[in-house]
Design a protein around this ligand. Structure first.
Ligand code: AMP
Ligand code: ZN
Length: 111
């Protein structure tokens, strides 16, 4: 938990979000500025700032993130999707708490 992190605040329910799924390690919620008909964010509850900061300790958590992504997609009949992770500011990352973007349908603009 990092106090000035917007996703940590969403995880702690200090900020509202449209939650699709949640378990002890993960939360999935709708992107507030959707770039596709389906645009969700899959977020580990552990505060990890960037992809470059993932460690061996996080291996299981990262695998879990993908399993949850797959399950949530399947449960919502999303059978074709794109996963994006922006890794670093110059790559487009603006929220420094790692997350996967799940997009389905026609993509409008840059993610
Ligand atoms: P990135 O640029 O990869 O760091 O993605 C951050 C994403 O978080 C953007 O697509 C934003 O639209 C989204 N976002 C920012 N604030 C919120 C929020 N309060 N609730 C939901 N999504 C958000
Ligand atoms: Zn955070």
């Amino acid at each position: 938990m990092k106090i000035d992190c917007i996703f940590c605040k969403i995880i702690n329910k200090e900020i509202n979000s449209d939650i699709i799924f949640e378990d002890e390690k993960t939360i999935v919620f709708k992107d507030i500025y959707p770039k596709a008909p389906v645009h969700w964010l899959i977020v580990p509850k552990k505060h990890i700032e960037t992809h470059m900061e993932i460690t061996e300790e996080d291996q299981e958590l990262m695998g879990h993130l993908h399993i949850i992504t797959q399950k949530v997609a399947k449960k919502n009949s999303i059978n074709n999707y794109k996963l994006i992770m922006n890794c670093g500011y110059e790559a487009g990352q603006r929220v420094f708490h790692i997350h996967l973007h799940l997009l389905s349908g026609k993509i409008l603009g840059e993610v």
